[in-house]
Write a protein that binds this ligand. Structure first.
Ligand SMILES: NC(=O)c1ccc[n+]([C@@H]2O[C@H](COP(=O)([O-])OP(=O)(O)OC[C@H]3O[C@@H](n4cnc5c(N)ncnc54)[C@H](O)[C@@H]3O)[C@@H](O)[C@H]2O)c1
Length: 255
């Protein structure tokens, strides 16, 4: 195996990618499978998660898809129980599911607040709560939460999104402290602007793009593949001594 051959990096490891049907989550699911993991995608988008699982198995990887709305605790519990029934264990939890919509604060209603915070933060609590007891029993596990540059830097018209992502970072840090003694690492990833369905409306606005490109020292937007490497690093043996960090993947936007 050459030094850059990572096909065996996650051999015999079971990874659950919550929100892995498309975008950044898909990039991560594909990368984990290419590097040998048995991947389970949990998402609400049945069509896209089936397509992504097919793409992975089509190239010789292992992937299954389970419907799961992260806002419903019973569905999250059932999903985790199914993964354990299928594979006997969960080594990696990637919590990627997330939503956001730019709305002025004076127009932000309770429905938008709950949709955003429940998906981005409460769902992460449900997922970690369901998976961690299995990891504690085996005294190993890697938790990776998809936070954002917005966990650190507030963006106007995104109050519930900013708050949920700041909370997610603190959840990752809390679990780093509390679960470290059980051999479990907990970290977060903070992407900047990545080209996905979530950001498509902004990417169509030339004024937004002009402003944004000037903010990124590397002078370009990120692609899901730009996030997959750093996120899977945090799930790998190479990151065994990395615990409680927020790893920004933003082309230097926050530098
Ligand atoms: N795209 C960016 O610029 C960017 C930047 C920073 C952080 N992020 C974060 O990365 C993550 C992925 O975003 P993306 O840009 O790939 O968006 P995306 O819309 O392409 O993917 C989000 C995924 O989450 C799933 N999802 C949404 N609600 C769900 C629910 N209730 N239950 C289960 N699954 C659900 C969707 O079906 C989808 O597959 C999000 O947490 C987002 O906040 C994205």
């Amino acid at each position: 195996m050459s030094s850059d051959d990572t096909r065996h990096r996650f051999r015999d490891q079971v990874a659950v990618v919550v929100g892995g049907a498309q975008g950044i989550g898909k990039g991560i699911a594909v990368r984990l499978a290419r590097d040998g993991a048995e991947v389970v995608i949990a998402d609400i988008d049945r069509r896209m998660m089936a397509r992504t699982a097919r793409e992975i198995t089509g190239e010789g990887g292992s992937a299954r898809a389970v419907f799961c709305d992260v806002r419903r605790r019973q569905q999250v519990d059932r999903m985790a129980a199914r993964v354990v029934r299928w594979h006997g264990r969960i080594d990696i939890l990637m919590y990627i599911a997330g939503v956001g919509k730019g709305v002025p604060f004076t127009k932000t209603d309770e429905k938008l607040w709950d949709w955003t915070v429940d998906t981005n933060l409460k769902g992460a609590f449900f997922a970690a709560r369901a998976v961690v007891p299995h990891m504690i029993k085996r005294r190993r596990g890697k938790l990776v939460f998809m936070a954002s540059t917005n966990s650190w830097d507030a963006e106007a018209e995104l109050a519930p999104y900013n708050v949920s992502k700041a909370g997610l970072y603190l959840l990752a840090k809390t679990l780093a402290r509390e679960l470290g003694p059980y051999g479990i690492n907990s970290n977060a990833v903070g992407p900047g602007l990545i080209r996905t369905r979530l950001t498509a409306p902004m990417l169509k606005d030339p004024r937004f793009m002009k402003k944004y490109e000037n903010l990124i020292p590397l002078g370009r937007l990120g692609e899901p593949e730009d996030v997959a490497g750093p996120a899977t690093f945090l799930a790998s043996r190479d990151a065994d001594y990395v615990n409680g960090v927020l790893l920004f993947v933003d082309g230097g936007q926050l530098a």
